[in-house]
Design a protein around this ligand. Structure first.
Ligand code: TRP
Length: 332
């Protein structure tokens, strides 16, 4: 039997190139070798959007389009809508006993998000506990591998701790997963900020048009010490060259541009033009797959229906094992 992958995203906006190199590219690559489940984590998205559920709901179909566009093939991978899988909610309740409140609040990713969202005294308990429900997401599918971006590593660590505690207490039941981070675990933003992120407004989205990509690349932050094309430039930590490394498959062209840049023999304009071409070449097949699926809303329904059906089957079996292990598989 193929080993399982479980990974996912919150439906709270469009996927961008940071998602692609951090995790999506791995999912596309591994979907033949693994039995892959990709979770649309709408319940998790509600932990900080519960006042506006329509924002979450409206993003669900968008995410399906992004997945298929990126190359996740619904014939190979199962796309599962989290809220439709009751076993995950039940498992979350059991797992809450497997972790201390202090441990959850020490999770560095959650801590950073709490600060960024300025929750302070209004921190919803559900939000603080979402890593526990994420442990349920992963274990409900007996996943051994979780392709994610770097920011998700604390979640996988927490899942591993919960699994070990559960297995120690109730006997070997749950599969302990490992994280797999992509080649570019954290992609710098267009503005040179540490991370490409929707809230920072420094993204190229998978759904961007050729014109949008051209315009965004033209606006990119480069080497601030370089005032004219004849000044010797820096390629390290230069977002334009980080992107060339990430998205331009023509390595010879990248090396040649770097050499000329360092020597002060090429302007930003040419470096950026070639980058925009590379990114548009990557996105072109995605645009095609997206527009095909966009024209077939019933196909999106079918993908969601099939995913929910298969997701319920697999997770119900795991929940049964959990209840047996915990001795709450009453017979009366
Ligand atoms: N927390 C992830 C994010 O914010 C989304 C997610 C939910 C997830 N459940 C998951 C990722 C399970 C990997 C595995 O992007």
């Amino acid at each position: 039997m193929k080993k399982r992958i479980l990974t996912g995203d919150r439906p709270s906006g469009k996927l961008h190139l940071g998602h692609y190199v951090g995790s999506l590219a791995n999912r596309v690559k591994l979907q033949d070798e693994y039995d892959q489940f990709v979770l649309i984590a709408d319940v998790q998205a509600l932990t900080d959007n519960y006042e506006h559920p329509e924002m979450v709901v409206n993003s669900v179909r968008e995410l399906v389009l992004d997945y298929v566009a990126a190359g996740i093939d619904p014939k190979k991978s199962t796309i599962v809508l989290q809220s439709q899988i009751p076993a995950i909610a039940e498992m979350t309740v059991f797992f809450l006993n497997m972790v201390s409140l202090n441990r959850v609040l020490r999770n560095p990713t959650v801590k950073a998000e709490i600060e960024q969202k300025g929750f302070a005294d209004t921190l919803p308990a559900g939000f603080a506990m979402y890593p526990v429900s994420q442990a349920a997401d992963i274990t409900a599918f007996e996943a051994s591998l979780v392709p994610v971006g770097e920011d998700q590593l604390p979640m996988i660590e927490q899942t591993r701790e919960i699994v070990r505690k559960f297995n120690n207490l109730y006997g070997e039941t749950l599969v302990e997963p490992e994280a797999l981070v992509g080649e570019f675990p954290r992609l710098v933003g267009l503005d040179g900020k540490a991370k490409m992120s929707k809230s920072l407004g420094n993204c190229i989205y998978l759904a961007d048009s050729v014109e949008e990509v051209d315009k965004k690349v033209r606006s990119m932050f480069t080497d601030p010490t370089r005032l004219k094309p004849t000044d010797p430039g820096h390629v390290e930590n230069n977002p334009v060259f980080i992107y060339h490394d990430a998205f331009n498959p023509n390595k010879a062209e990248v090396e040649e541009l770097k050499t000329r840049y360092i020597a002060g023999q090429v302007g930003d304009v040419e470096v950026k033009q070639k980058l925009a071409v590379a990114i548009n070449t990557l996105l072109e097949p995605m645009r095609k797959r997206r527009s095909e699926l966009e024209q077939d809303p019933e196909k999106v329904n079918e993908i969601l229906r099939n995913g929910v059906e298969k997701g319920r089957e697999v997770s119900a079996e795991v929940l049964k094992k959990i209840k047996q292990a915990m001795k709450i598989d009453y017979q009366f």
